[in-house]
Design a protein around this ligand. Sequence first.
Ligand SMILES: [Fe+2]
Ligand SMILES: [Fe+2]
Length: 317
Amino acid sequence: MTSERWDELLRQDHEVTERVFAAMEARFASAAGPSPAQVMRLVRYLQDYVDRCHNQKEEQHLFPRLERAGMPRDAGPLGVMLHEHRQAEQILASLVPLGRAFAAGDRSVLPDLRAAFEAYAALCKDHFWKEGDILYPAALRMLTDAEGEEIVRGIDALEASLGEGTRERYYRMAQEIIEEGELRDLAYGLERDVLAAILNTLPVELSFIDHEDRVRYFSHEHGEKIFPRSRGAIGMEVQNCHPQKSLHLVNRIIADFKAGTRDVAEFWIDMGERKVHIRYWPVRSPDGRYLGTLETVQDVAAIRALAGERRLLDAAA
Ligand SMILES: [Fe+2]
Ligand SMILES: [Fe+2]
């Protein structure tokens, strides 16, 4: 038999579900919105676990014992709890088809889906609070230890009737929803080819070497470049694609970036009409980890020649 008490098991369900709600709220509020896979998991978690498992643990095993111990079914806390379970079912009945439509690719349902989700989450959060702060403490006072153990056995049996490892399975699903719901950079909302096109549109040539000094990326592959690069460089160690005479500089810059003692290294050189500004930047993760070095190369001659102001669209364009 499960070693936790019945109220601990039910509270754990509430906590996991509240974290799912928080993750989904953040995701619905983000520019990218939730992914179809995340919404599908949410639908399954709410329908199969919260509604058909968690609420049934209470309705089949907790509430009848409270009724027998003298708590009226149709009034007071028990009546309110049952009424709220029915309300939750009603909201879920509209949320599930919206979620399935969204998961199947219909983004037009997003506002309705979000509204249904928010109504469901608001009802449940209030309900969980009432149970946790009022109903469960009252129940613990009313029920004997033996009755408490019967409830745990009932919970175990109900979960077992839904398949082996039911709780672990749904907690894993909840964890997947939570992890995907963590707010990520806005770039995650872009398609890869859009992101690539944006990088190729920058008026700056980019090259990136990773934390192991290997060339991983350069932009403007098919355009005219100040420093042409070929695909053969990808995967090479940066030390092998730099002239010997500047190697000590490259190594010094990278070492400083890795050590966190430098935030930029810059050079400028003349190439005919061009004034070429070359800069190296450490690329760090949001938590400060060194991910690699970015080189930006830009002809700044035209920028340096700017004088006065232009506030109107030029006719030649
Ligand atoms: Fe409940
Ligand atoms: Fe509950």
